[in-house]
Ligand binder design. Structure first.
Ligand code: G1P
Ligand code: ZN
Length: 551
């Protein structure tokens, strides 16, 4: 045990509030250079501790996705946690922990809460983004009442507390003292791997890989899941070395954009569309909570993935007893709703963002949940979980001994296909984007009962949600227009961007007839895309001819 001494001086540093520390969909995200301003990180961390406290005698979990500034921020937060009286801090080796691993550690070690340093799938490096998010004792993101209280506190803060101490060595697991606080450097993978062992039939997956008949490629995108994937896929499951691509976490993600989609996971996509494609392709984002699933020349939309996992859950040991219910964010396609109806279990529709699943999971109302934005998860944690979703698919593949595309096509044949696509218009002028949404909101009453593309508008509203567990109410969560044939258009502004505004347009069309399941989503949704533009005047109001990213 190294010991910098118990009597390190605690400094109370005077500061002035920053006006822009309101957490968004997933914590506070800003450009790295904003976080590098003197006192910026410290103010926010003190606001968190003041809001969630008293923290004396408690345990905090701390780690991040390894992006630029992670190393600096971890040391600052350790000194502040000690000065604020935490009894213990569990920090990942080298300051690394995936978002699901933080959630896992909070729950397994019964910690008071945790801090995740990440801007998820946003680019890193000195010119990129940084972020900080607080998770509560159930392992999930702080609910909105807490994040709003943190924001209020950040606007009145006058000082913060920090210990004067040298940096702690975080390169090896071990225990250190920092003033009165015990800092335990933990292996980032151990607890998480133990949990996966409890949920999945890893021996069956190992048998799938044995003999080299089944092959996969997992793209860690130079982000945090590299060490997890090496250990679990290539170690425990015996997949050959080279299964994990871009497995070394880098502060700038190797210059890439650590977002697992068809645009950014370029090399992975090339392999799956190339000669001798592997049987499964998968990728995770910066902090390891997102996932993308591919078969040879086949993309599984995240909405379909959720539905397929729900329909096959009882094949997996951790879910063999069945599902209590499922939940999806509002813009996510309604494919999972059909599975829930067939199983006779409830399906909840929540606003965008994982924090809205927490109460439903805690209350045991849902077992699986997911978002169209490559997020899937279950009651094993209170975050979405990228590698977990990949293991879930592997377990299903090991039991069914069918290909990815075959499983999905059979699913469509049974439940019908939800053609789905999201169009993102990035870096828009914020005022213009807000004006577009405002104009849409004003049109809602007139839209109801109108006909669009020959179909009646069944519903047109601005999505609001009342949490069935604690009664909390949230408004303004996205405009949805539902047509009588089940087609749907949703518009909302992103709550995670750091520059200007991002308009997201979500298109969905239901096709029950298997004879018509072979279209490209672009074709299948072309008419709806044109309607979406006509209703909102996207081209006219934004000056953009087409979306920047289509997923
Ligand atoms: C985006 C996704 C949302 C997800 C969030 C955090 O938020 O759309 O589903 O929960 O990232 O990963 P948005 O930028 O749309 O507010
Ligand atoms: Zn993420």
């Amino acid at each position: 045990m190294s010991d910098p001494g118990d009597s390190l001086p605690i400094r109370t540093v005077p500061t002035r509030p920053f006006q822009d520390q309101r957490p968004g969909t997933s914590g506070l995200r800003k450009k790295v250079r904003l976080f590098q301003q003197p006192h910026y990180l410290e103010n926010f961390v003190q606001a968190v501790f003041d809001t969630v406290g008293p923290v004396q005698g408690r345990t905090l979990v701390l780690g991040g996705d390894g992006r630029y500034h992670n190393d600096v921020a971890v040391q600052v937060i350790l000194r502040m946690a000690a000065a604020n009286g935490f009894a213990r801090v569990l920090v990942g080796r080298d300051g690394l922990l995936s978002t699901p691993a933080v959630s896992c550690l909070i729950r397994r070690r019964k910690a008071f809460g945790g801090i995740v340093l990440s801007a998820s799938h946003n680019p890193g490096g000195p010119e990129g983004d940084f972020g900080i998010k607080y998770n509560v004792a159930n392992g999930g993101p702080a609910p909105e009442a807490v994040t709003e209280a943190i924001y209020r506190r950040s606007r009145e803060i006058r000082s913060y507390r920090i210990l004067e101490a040298p940096d702690l060595p975080l390169g090896e697991p071990g225990v250190h003292r920092l003033g009165e606080t015990t800092v335990e450097v933990v292996d980032p993978v151990d607890d998480y791997a133990a949990l996966m062992e409890e949920l999945f039939d890893l021996d069956a997956i190992r048998a799938l890989f044995a003999g080299g008949r089944f092959r996969m490629v997992y793209d860690a995108m130079h982000a945090v899941t590299g060490p997890y994937a090496h250990r679990i896929l290539e170690g425990r499951l015996g997949a050959p070395p080279g299964t994990v691509l871009h497995g070394r976490p880098l502060p700038d993600f190797g210059g890439g954009h650590p977002d697992p989609n068809l645009t950014y996971a370029r090399e992975l996509v090339a392999r799956l569309w190339g000669e001798e494609a592997p049987d499964l392709g998968a990728a995770s984002d910066g902090d390891g909570d997102r996932n993308m699933i591919l078969g040879p020349r086949f993309f599984v939309t995240p909405s379909d993935s959720l539905a397929v996992l729900a329909a096959n859950a009882t094949l997996v040991p951790g879910y063999a007893r069945g599902l209590s219910g499922v939940a999806r964010s509002m813009p996510t396609s309604r494919a999972v709703d059909r599975v829930a109806a067939a199983l006779g279990i409830p399906c909840y529709e929540t606003p965008t963002g994982w924090k809205f699943f927490g109460n439903l999971l805690d209350a045991g109302r849902v077992t699986l949940c997911g978002e169209e934005s490559f997020g899937t998860g279950s009651d094993h944690l209170r975050e979405k979980d990228g590698l977990w979703a990949v293991l879930f698919w592997l377990n299903v593949l090991a039991v069914r001994r069918q290909g990815v595309a075959e499983i999905v096509r059979e699913h469509w044949a049974r439940y019908g296909r939800h053609y789905y696509s999201r169009h993102d218009y990035e870096g828009l002028d914020r005022e213009r984007a807000e004006a577009l949404m405002e104009a849409l909101r004003k049109r809602l009453p007139a839209l109801r009962g109108e006909r669009l593309g020959g179909r009646e508008v069944e519903l047109a509203d601005d999505f609001a949600y009342t949490d069935p567990v604690d009664g909390s109410h949230t408004e303004g969560q996205g405009i949805r227009i539902l047509l009588e044939d089940g087609a749907r258009i949703v518009y909302r502004l992103s709550g995670t961007g750091t520059e200007g505004a991002t308009l997201r347009v979500y298109l969905e069309r239901y096709e029950p007839d298997p004879a018509r399941h072979g279209l490209e989503p672009r074709e299948a949704l072309a008419e709806l895309a044109a309607l979406a533009d006509a209703v909102a005047g996207i081209r006219e109001r934004t000056g953009r001819e087409r979306p920047d990213v289509v997923t």
